[in-house]
Design a protein around this ligand. Sequence first.
Ligand SMILES: [Zn+2]
Length: 372
Amino acid sequence: MAGPTLGGSLRILGFKGIDVHVHWTFLLLVGYVAVTTAATGAVLREVLLQLAYVGLVFACVVLHEYGHALTALRYGVRTRDITLLPIGGVASLERMPEEPAQEFWITMAGPLVNLVLAVLAGTVQWFFFGGLHVLDPREGAAVLPGLLSFLFTANLSLFLFNLLPAFPMDGGRILRALLSLRLPRVQATRIATGVGRALAAVLGIGGLYFGEPMLALIGVFIWFAAGAEARAVIQQTALRGITAAQVMRTRFWALPGEATVGRAVDELLAGGDQDLLVVESGKPVGLVTRRQLMEALRARREERPLREVPPTPVEGVPPGMGAQQALQQLALRGLPLLPVVDGGVVVGVLEPDNLAEFLQVQGMRARQRPGA
Ligand SMILES: [Zn+2]
């Protein structure tokens, strides 16, 4: 999968500058496995073995995500990190190339890693242990053949599951990339979303009918993820050719670095924004949030200048930059707003909300146009 970075995660390892994080909800899976295994009357050793198998599956998931990340790197796309969730892994790519062939290979690389692992485990088993058997080491099979057969089935399942043609599974992206070869991207996304939703409905209803709550849950998850993907692509397309200057807000709150905290608080009460832009002779130097202001006030620093708060450093973007690219930078840097700078002077600010408003207004204007 590829998606945004999630909060509440712990870093466990890093390779080629890409860190692997474990999301806190992963503990729920560990707890669930431990409790359900113990409930069958298993001894501690068996519970630990079961957890080791969960660890093994997720080691394969990590390799799968590195498959996406390292292929993306070949096309010059960096990955912020890889996060492990109970339902699988997410590689947070900085962006997904719109070139269908690149998207295809980046997406395909993950499942292919699992296919290679399955073939390797299967081949070793075939040559050294006389054929492909499904052996369960928990039921007394010898350790090595049992392990090989487990790796074979686990990777084959990962390969097939990820190829389900539904967002956010890799199969959904592959389907979209293939459709994009012939169709415009928005239409390709709409079709891929429709196929994903049909599959989600089958999983959801099937899960309820056969009493498999996990399957029903995956169905619900796919249904909503498909909608989010479609909206993102439609927005991306609507923004093509739109610059930061067209979307930015030109009325904004800015004060020089020598202005006092007290003055900023007065202005805040008079109707300032959530975030204050600190400028030095027109140039943006940083951001002070409402919370930072309140903390400075609580620390009795009312008479101190704003530059001592200190402001979070920001760099401006040029007005001619594409709105989509500028908003990606905003998200990447994790800032609430980004100043737009022309000739060394702030001319406006960009916020995620501006964009939604801009698209809404544009949509209404298009509808009002005579003959449209
Ligand atoms: Zn994947």
